[in-house]
Design a protein around this ligand. Structure first.
Ligand SMILES: [Zn+2]
Length: 305
């Protein structure tokens, strides 16, 4: 059994199996993770075919416009907190830069990192974003505390261990700077996968039995509690959650009816979240905000022998 990357325990119990891989839940902290070694981040992004680019742009920009704007509304007070300094935002795994473009239009100094060369080229040439570079945040020489806000849209679930990115983000954030994370809510997706598998058995549909939990792409999956725990272990504090606007499509599906059903579901989840004072989180996606806490000083550099 692979050790839990959040709390280190090896007491995971299988909760789901697909594509010949077990998904387990940690007995220590509740993290749900694929019992598979390795990091597939570099291979996750499939360079789209040119004829697919228009659809991709729809998915990543138009479909998400509402949630991007909602997050930028929530981040607006952070920008003012910088006084005269340019307020810098860093989007790690920025894709083609659609979120950053919106941030730049609102006056943020917008920085982005991305693993796909195609996406970096698009962000720079088509969207005119000057501070977008290819690479991993752990290897890029940013100044400590240079960002007011760091965002991670659908990134951490693809990493075998999000710890290094989270700890690096804490170092790069200004005192009391803010981290925003969007990631799937396994508290929703696991029961939903069971339901779909059951429906698939009853209706004998092969489609419904396939990889519902993306075992080989989503290597760690969080509930509100397990994400808050991992953030606190990674030098963050004051973790809060919001139910934000759903994206106006469903990943991997062109069905407008499915998208409408999803939108209606999230609206209900949002109302329940509000009515229960944030205690009941039924949304399919987690939107977390956390402040930089006390970051331990970096370890002294030791030259390799
Ligand atoms: Zn754990």
């Amino acid at each position: 059994m692979k050790a839990c990357v959040s709390c280190g325990k090896t007491s995971g119990k299988p909760v789901w199996r697909e594509q010949d891989v077990d998904i387990v839940r940690c007995g220590g902290c509740g993290l749900v993770y694929t019992n598979l070694e390795g990091d597939v981040a570099e291979t996750f992004w499939k360079e789209p075919k040119p004829e697919k680019l228009d659809q991709e742009d729809f998915y990543w920009d138009t479909a998400r416009a509402a949630v991007y704007d909602e997050v930028l509304d929530l981040l607006e007070p952070e920008k003012r907190a910088e006084g005269g300094e340019p307020a810098r935002i860093l989007d790690i795994g920025c894709g083609k830069g659609f979120f950053l473009k919106r941030a730049a239009d609102r006056g943020w100094e917008a920085h982005g990192l991305e693993l796909s060369p195609h996406a970096v080229k698009f962000a720079k040439e088509k969207l005119g974003l000057r501070h977008v570079a290819m690479g991993r945040v752990e290897n890029v020489a940013f100044r400590a505390r240079m960002f007011r806000v760091i965002t991670l849209w659908d990134v951490i679930e693809h990493l075998a261990d999000p710890g290094p990115i989270l700890r690096k983000s804490a170092e790069l954030l200004a005192e009391d700077g803010l981290l925003f994370i969007q990631t799937p809510n396994i508290g929703f997706h696991l029961p939903y996968a069971h339901l779909k598998r059951l429906v698939g058995r009853v209706t004998n549909s092969r489609k419904a039995r396939k990889h519902q939990l993306e075992a080989k792409h989503h290597l760690v999956q969080f509930t509100r509690e397990s994400l808050a725990g991992m953030l606190r272990r990674s030098a963050f504090k004051d973790v809060t959650f919001q139910v934000l606007r759903p994206i106006e499509s469903v990943a991997g599906s062109r069905s407008e009816r499915l998208a409408a059903a999803k939108g209606a579901y999230v609206s209900v989840a949002r109302r329940i979240f509000g009515a229960t004072g944030g205690r009941v989180m039924l949304a399919n996606t987690l939107h977390a905000f956390a402040r930089r806490g006390d970051v331990p000083p970096p370890k002294p550099f030791k030259a390799p022998r």
